[in-house]
Design a binder for this molecule. Structure first.
Ligand SMILES: C[S@@+](CC[C@H](N)C(=O)[O-])C[C@H]1O[C@@H](n2cnc3c(N)ncnc32)[C@H](O)[C@@H]1O
Length: 218
């Protein structure tokens, strides 16, 4: 990671990072929405998969359990979270490749991946970071490749909107507003993707998570 890469740690402060996994289990229906994302991505045995903003590696380990012959790569900008991910991957016994991201260029060749997954990362990114990241994801996807995102979207009801204020107070308003205003599909389309759809909505304690799907067409 370059020294200048700016990012919001998983729970805003470095010293809270170690509490991320238990908190996700308790408050975010983690298994439910990650299983739904994997169901949507429909990973096949020989697929080459990137988890963008892989955090502590939970989604990648779940993916490997479902499709052991798929090749799984994870990238994240935060060296502290990557340390936790490395330990979890080692303990899982699965072969998963982890790399650091410099916030600008993904460390992979163009047209590498069949599918890119990303869970709860985009609400950490400003509009310009979202655009940079989506262009890089587009570059590294094969033609016909798919992008599958789970992240906070437009609130399903006023209660969900109210609860999402807690996330906004914690993670920031500038980076979260595109999400809650329902603008992610438009931003994904502007990066060159086709067939962008919101596939599903899941309510959690801290707001509505939307599952998006998009394709890099031939
Ligand atoms: C809320 S956590 C989600 C982690 C994991 N994807 C999950 O669902 O458990 C957000 C993740 O996004 C990463 N992140 C924040 N800014 C990023 C950026 N500019 N590029 C890549 N990852 C970033 C953080 O380091 C963190 O691991």
């Amino acid at each position: 990671m370059t020294k200048n890469a700016k990012f919001i740690p998983v729970l805003k402060f470095d010293w809270l990072t170690r509490f991320f996994d238990p908190l996700m289990k308790l408050t975010m229906s983690e298994k439910k929405f990650k299983k739904a994302l994997l169901l949507q991505a429909d990973i096949k045995d020989n697929d080459i998969i990137l988890d963008f903003g892989c955090g502590t590696a939970t989604l990648m380990i779940m993916a490997k359990k479902e499709a052991p012959k798929a090749s799984i790569y994870g990238v994240d900008v935060d060296p502290n979270v990557l340390k936790i991910a490395k330990n979890k991957v080692k303990n899982s016994g699965y072969e998963i490749s982890l790399r650091a991201y410099d916030g600008i260029s993904l460390p992979y060749k163009s047209e590498t991946f069949d599918k890119v997954l990303s869970s709860l990362v985009f609400h950490h990114l400003t509009r310009s970071q979202k655009e940079i990241v989506l262009k890089e994801i587009y570059r590294t996807l094969k033609f016909g490749g798919e992008l599958h995102i789970a992240d906070f979207g437009r609130a399903s009801n006023i209660f969900m909107r109210g609860m999402f204020l807690i996330i906004q107070l914690f993670d920031g308003f500038i980076n979260t507003s595109d999400n809650v205003n329902g603008l992610l599909p438009e931003i994904i389309r502007e990066a060159g993707f086709d067939k962008v759809i919101e596939h599903k909505r899941i309510m959690t304690l801290f707001g509505t998570i939307s599952l998006y799907r998009a394709i890099k067409l031939l």
